[in-house]
Ligand binder design. Sequence first.
Ligand code: DHB
Ligand code: FE
Length: 282
Amino acid sequence: MARIIAGIGTSHVPAIGVAMDKGLTATPYWDPLFKGYGPARDWLAGHKPDVAIIVYNDHASAFSLELIPTFLIGVADEFPIADEGFGPRPVPVVKGHPELAWHMAESLILNEFDMTIANEMPVDHGLTVPLSVTCGQPQEWPFPVIPLCVNVVQYPPPTGARCFKLGRAIRNAVESFDEDLKVVIYGTGGMSHQLQGERAGLINREFDTAFLNRLTSDPQALSRLPHTEYMREAGSEGVELVMWHVMRGALGDHVREVYRHYHVPASNTAAAIIVLENRSAA
Ligand code: DHB
Ligand code: FE
């Protein structure tokens, strides 16, 4: 049986990817952030997952306002790197896991989550930056990836509570796959940030810290935060945090926080990474 061994929550700020691609990670601005990724990278390299599910949002790269899937799963053999305006990032192509992805699509849809299915899709910084910060700069990514997109770009995004329930359904889907696979699930985006308007640059360390704390201790109540609370407290793009509830919902009731790092600023954003081991599956 396949099982989810851990969840990783991480920001997916594009400038973090650019800093890696341009060899700037040891500069005074970036060094404190990148030092903080080391232990999470070591944890991941030590646990060697067979596949990762990466929950992220497309930023009008694969989709435009013409087509807005609320929840989508990628079932392709591979996913090319999106050109976000400066050419594709110089990172390896993302290999998929079509067998598990199709099994998940069937299980999720028959369990009443109406997923869009992507047979072809470029992946943008929302997916590639989390891979870069947790895997470094290898020739090939160390595991195949199942992209799972959530719309947080165009109102209305799904609620955090719905995202948490999707996580639960993902866990059931994974655990009903016959092959013995170790799966890690990423929730990406956040933390507090607002990229436009009068409050551009908003950062709320108190909100972010409480969010990280409650992810371990009180996840279901946390998932019921309304969208307006993210807007007010974490800025308009802080609503990306609903994707972390998919990750947390896919873990059991009992998790152990094995690592956390929080740093301001990364571009206009508060950046965090958290690693949660799933004790329920042990
Ligand atoms: C930025 C973009 C993002 O998608 C994000 O999640 C955080 C920051 C940016 O453009 O700085
Ligand atoms: Fe984003």
